[in-house]
Design a protein. Structure first.
Lengths: 365, 221
């Protein structure tokens, strides 16, 4: 969170004064925040400073800065650079020379996909970066090479697609992606082994990858304001303390869309082979069929030994999670006949009766 | 408010004064514009000195109190996973004054107020309060989505008031980039409330706790 010296304005900026103890001696801080500055150059910054090499913290937030001086790299001891709430369109390339920079706050500016220097990942020791409230349409690819990052805030941008490269960010503890237009979470997110807080609220998500169950340090998961109809069952393996699900269609809309794709002949044959444990090898059938047969997935109904390939029946089962949450989980079953109370799909005259009976059965199921 | 004097014995002025005193506003002598957090607390203690509490006066001083970030500093504690409740003053058990810190996108569950008055003043950022009607009692197994009564935005010192007869509410910080802070006054204080599932109206008891008391973290965190 931003650290800032208190100012006269009561209601504007945010302050987390927990971190103020980081700076015992205020002479290592330059504070020109909240001054309506359009620009500030190196000489103005160091006007009252004895030795720029002692400066660890520069606060320039809440001005009208369009640029940052390229001489910023002269502050070689800089640990924290607070540039939030300005009008920055670009960062000077020289920023990559700040070898000690750990915290970079850039929220609420006008940065876009071309604003970060190409070799931004040279800031190898960066731990916290806040890019919230900017104009990124793409996830900045340089981030994936910054393996020491602990906290990344990208809230309120215009990101639609996430690259499947998150497995490199093994030290990341907080990932904030709320308020974008993301339609899908890639599998690699499940490999961020240090993740404690994952914020995906206010996006366009319908599902989560199964790998999410690998995140055994995850304590807080924000999914509100999305398009979730149900969640992957593995989610109950997580030891969550906070889970937000409000404003998702959850069960209601999903029930209406519940369909069962009739399996292909190929699938029916494969199911039979698996169920009856018919032997096969690469001498009897083509290799591609062996691969197909090996891709069988088990029906989640514990009483059923069946398997499925592409065609499965989606069932919602409500699970009471840790006594705190009541979650609709998505089960993949081999056929509608597999559910304890199977959902009917036709031959009722009254449309809403049909809906109600489906709904009731799903809830009880 | 008019009073009928039954005994018009002219030399019993003392009795008359005693009767009149019952109808006099016991907060009339107090300031309505607290200039600091400490003054707000002092005025609250005065207003709660007797068992007759003038709720309109309480609403007025909560509204007029402006304050500044220096005063709130010991109570501004943000957490990445959940909003925090930080007790400012325990009001001799008659009221609880606390500061709640909402990081980006954090929100509360839908909850009631266990028969207490609740004043909520937004002192930083913006909050959205969604009010819900009490679920209709349709019996054990009915599940009906809860009905929204209103949705209002709270900022710049605005005070919202709610109690159980008005309904239930959810409070959230809608911003993905800015934090929000609220000053809450509960009369009387409560340690348990009910939380509600928006989708079904089902309810559960919840125990409310403090993240910090007088600026010090509570050990349960």
């Amino acid at each position: 969170m931003a650290t800032a010296l208190p100012s006269q304005e009561g209601y504007e900026d945010d302050y987390d004064l927990d971190d103020v103890d980081d700076f015992d001696d205020f002479s290592d801080t330059i504070d020109y925040s909240h001054l309506n500055l359009n620009a500030i150059d190196y000489n103005e910054l160091t006007a009252t400073v004895e030795n720029p090499h002692h400066i660890k913290n520069i606060q320039l937030n809440s001005n009208s800065l369009l640029t940052l001086t390229p001489e910023i790299d002269k502050f070689q001891s800089l640990i924290t650079l607070e540039l939030s709430n300005n009008q920055l369109v670009q960062l000077p390339h020289e920023i990559i020379y700040l070898k000690n920079l750990k915290n970079l706050y850039l929220k609420n500016n006008s940065l876009d996909d071309l604003s970060l220097p190409k070799d931004f990942d040279q800031l190898k020791q960066l731990e916290v970066i806040n890019l919230g409230g900017n104009r990124f349409k793409q996830f900045p690819y340089q981030i994936f090479r910054m393996v020491n990052l602990k906290e990344l805030y990208m809230g309120s941008n215009r990101i639609t697609i996430l690259p499947d490269l998150f497995q490199t960010l093994t030290k990341m503890e907080v990932l904030y992606l709320g308020g974008n237009q993301i339609g899908n979470i890639p599998d690699s997110i499940g490999y961020m082994d240090s993740l404690i807080v994952l914020n995906l609220c206010d996006n366009r998500l319908r599902t989560l990858p199964r790998s999410i169950s690998r995140l055994n340090r995850l304590k807080s998961l924000s999914l509100h304001n999305n398009q979730f109809c149900a969640l992957p069952p593995d989610i109950i393996r997580l030891d969550l303390q906070e889970l937000s699900l409000r404003n998702n269609p959850l069960v209601v809309r999903f029930v209406r869309d519940l369909t069962y794709d009739v399996p292909t002949l190929k699938e029916l044959a494969a199911r039979t082979i698996k169920l009856h444990r018919v032997d096969y090898d690469d001498k009897s059938i083509p290799k591609c069929l062996i691969e197909y047969l090996n891709s069988a997935k088990s029906c989640l109904n514990p009483k059923c030994k069946g398997v499925y390939f592409e065609s499965c029946h989606k069932n919602i089962k409500f699970v009471d999670f840790c006594g705190k949450f009541y979650l609709p989980l998505l089960q993949f079953l081999c056929s509608p006949a597999c559910t304890p109370t199977s959902t009917c799909s036709m031959t009722t005259t009254n449309h809403s009766d049909d809906m109600n009976s489906k709904f009731k059965k799903v809830l009880l199921g | 408010m008019t009073e009928t004097l039954l005994n018009t014995n002219m030399h019993d002025i003392h009795d008359i004064q005693l009767i009149r005193q019952k109808y006099v506003d016991n907060t009339a002598h107090l300031s309505t514009h607290p200039k600091s957090l400490n003054e707000l607390i002092e005025l609250l203690y005065e207003a709660f000195a007797t068992n007759d509490v003038n709720i309109d006066y309480v609403h007025t001083i909560m509204n007029n109190y402006k304050g500044n970030v220096k005063e709130w500093a010991p109570f501004l504690k943000f957490q990445p996973n959940k909003y925090t409740r930080n007790l400012v003053d325990a009001g001799n058990g008659k009221f609880n004054l606390m500061i709640l810190c909402w990081a980006e996108s954090q929100g509360s569950s839908i909850h009631d107020h266990t028969n207490s008055h609740c004043f909520m003043k937004c002192i930083q950022g913006t909050l959205v309060e969604t009010k819900y009607a009490w679920p209709k009692d349709g019996g054990e197994n009915t599940e009906t989505p809860m009905e929204i009564i209103s949705r209002t935005e709270l900022k710049d010192g605005k005070v919202a008031y709610i109690n159980d007869s008005i309904g239930l509410h959810r409070v959230e910080n809608p911003s993905h980039t800015d934090t929000a802070v609220t000053l809450h006054l509960y009369v009387p204080p409560y340690s348990h409330c009910s939380v509600f599932d928006e989708r079904t109206g089902r309810t559960k008891e919840a125990h409310v706790t403090f993240y910090s008391i007088n600026g010090l973290l509570t050990t349960s965190e």
